[in-house]
Design a protein around this ligand. Structure first.
Ligand code: KIV
Ligand code: ZN
Length: 516
């Protein structure tokens, strides 16, 4: 890799999933991984295989599905973790094992209860073992941001000698500030005698809101890999946001001596996909991917932009994948027009059957909504993959009465294992009534943790996209639904989540990185 290339290592599926509630199923992880691959992300950290059978299977599935990006699995510096990661990545086209152990005084003393020399030895053993599975080994001294520089230098030199080709410096607790973190990277590269044999990477958390700034300071000091997540998802306050790093480097080429190989037009579709699947909405004023990121409200700004875009815009909205909100298809469009527009959006359907299904849904939508936008198509295809033939629960019909001064009432017919069941319930609103009616049939005993509705496009005929988060005995799932009728979208999202929880496909607590 040449020195002017900045490697993008996406950890949405691993650190991103450590956000409380951001659980994803195996299929959802594969969908996100494919979107990351389409965006030309260099490395996808697919999970932490030792954490649970679900994590193992997800890493395995991503490794099998991805051809162009390198797929990475996380492992503590322990033999059992490393062999589990090696096993999960066995069939990857290109694989990496990322092994880590903490090096800060507080972590070594209080968490690991180990002396520094023993930590160093374990780090070296871990890298040597990982090299038996792949030539591509990354090592992270966890909590490097609070580690002693002399000790860090010793550990880094030793693990490079043992065969690590990437050294990742994590600011695990988001404690650093840009000038300090930049100079740490500079010092490490200067002082570690074999530093030229490895690529330096950074992994910054956002506890003080400086994850992106710290990462960029590191890049200016020679880091050539950045670990980041879509929408800045991640443990606690999150990780550095991929879209912000990538666009900062691309926009300020006068300041950075490197650039990424990313197709930035895939940023918005990816951001939407991750937000829909995890149920973590993107705040409207979020840089790059927020709904207002390119909106000019003030008259002076609007006038300036109309005269010359550069007066108030430093990036082009379409370069990050915002569409011009043009009507793309209508009621009379045919299957080929749909297929071709989906291709333009970088969406591949896997079979004629999937195209037929998407087309049927498209016709249904076109009957309700005259103007179909790119965003509608994206939601429609996502919906095709939310539901599958062998689900236990299906919404057959829903009728809701809502009138001023009257208590809302819902009547539902839900198919359970192929048998139709009816139910009527009242609630404080139409969605509450519908959920109660469904619950009377399903008796899931789940707890509703999140209910959110977002409009997919503008206008009162826009589809509403609903995300529902349910928990049961420590398991968390997210369900999605989209429809021009938000009560129907809500019922579909609830049924989608119930299917996931009953499937048991995804059952685990979040991995505990500290449990060594
Ligand atoms: O934040 C952190 O230190 C991590 C490591 C596993 C790299 O996520
Ligand atoms: Zn992290």
């Amino acid at each position: 890799m040449s020195d002017d290339r900045l490697i993008i290592f996406d950890t949405t599926l691993r650190d991103g999933e450590q956000s409380p509630g951001a659980s994803m199923t195996k299929d959802e992880k594969v969908r996100i991984a494919k979107a990351l691959e389409r965006m030309k992300v260099d490395i996808i950290e697919a999970g932490f295989p030792i954490a649970s059978p679900g994590d193992f299977e997800s890493v395995q599935a991503v490794a099998g599905a991805i051809k162009d990006s390198t797929v990475c699995g996380l492992a503590r510096a322990l033999a059992k973790d490393i062999s589990r990661a090696g096993e999960a990545l066995k069939h990857a086209n290109s694989s990496r094992i990322h092994t880590f152990i903490a090096t800060s005084p507080i972590h070594m003393k209080m968490k690991l209860r180990m002396e520094p020399d023993a930590v160093l030895e374990q780090a070296v053993e871990a890298v040597k073992m990982a090299r038996k599975f792949t030539d591509n080994v990354e090592f992270s001294p966890e909590d490097a941001g609070r580690s002693e520089t002399d000790f860090l230098c010793r550990v880094i030199e030793a693990v490079i000698d043992a065969g690590a080709s990437t050294i990742n410096i994590p600011d695990t607790v988001g404690y650093n500030v840009p000038s300090q973190f930049g100079s740490l990277i500079h010092t490490l590269r200067e002082r570690v005698p074999n530093s030229d044999k490895a690529i330096f990477s950074v992994h910054c958390h956002n506890d003080l809101g400086m994850a992106v700034a710290n990462s960029l300071a590191a890049v200016q000091n020679g880091a050539r890999q950045v670990e980041c997540t879509i929408n800045g998802l991640g443990e606690r306050a999150g990780n550095a946001a991929l879209e912000e790093i990538v666009m900062a480097v691309r926009t300020r080429q006068d300041l950075f001596e490197c650039d990424t190989g990313l197709d930035t037009t895939q940023i918005i579709p990816c951001s939407r996909l991750v937000s829909g699947i995890t149920g973590f909405p993107v705040q409207p004023n979020k840089a790059i991917v927020g709904a207002n990121a390119f909106a000019h409200e003030s008259g002076i700004h609007q006038d300036g932009v109309l005269k010359s875009r550069e007066t108030y815009e430093i990036m082009r909205a379409q370069d990050v994948g915002w569409s011009e909100n043009k009507i793309v298809l209508g009621k009379h469009s045919g299957r080929n027009a749909l297929r071709s527009r989906l291709n333009d959006l970088g969406i591949e359907l896997n079979s004629e059957e999937e195209l037929n299904d998407a087309f049927a849904r498209f016709k249904e939508l076109a009957d309700k909504k005259h103007e179909i936008f790119d965003e509608d198509l994206q939601a429609l295809v996502a919906e095709t993959s939310w539901s599958s033939e062998n689900e236990r629960f299906k919404l057959v019909s829903l009728r809701v009465c809502s009138e001023t001064g009257e208590i809302p009432e819902a009547t539902v017919v839900v198919s359970v294992d192929g048998k139709e069941r009816n139910s009527i319930a009242t609630g404080s609103g139409p969605v509450d009534a519908a959920y109660k009616a469904i619950e009377q049939v399903v008796k899931s005993e789940t707890e509703l943790q999140l209910y959110s509705v977002n409009n997919i496009t503008s206008g009162t005929d826009s589809q509403g996209e609903v995300t529902v988060r349910l928990s049961k005995s420590g398991r968390i799932v997210n369900g999605q639904g989209a429809d021009t009728d938000i009560v129907v979208a809500s019922a579909n999202a609830y049924i989608n989540a119930l299917n996931k929880i009953s499937d048991g496909e995804y059952s685990r607590e979040h991995p505990q990185l500290g449990d060594v």
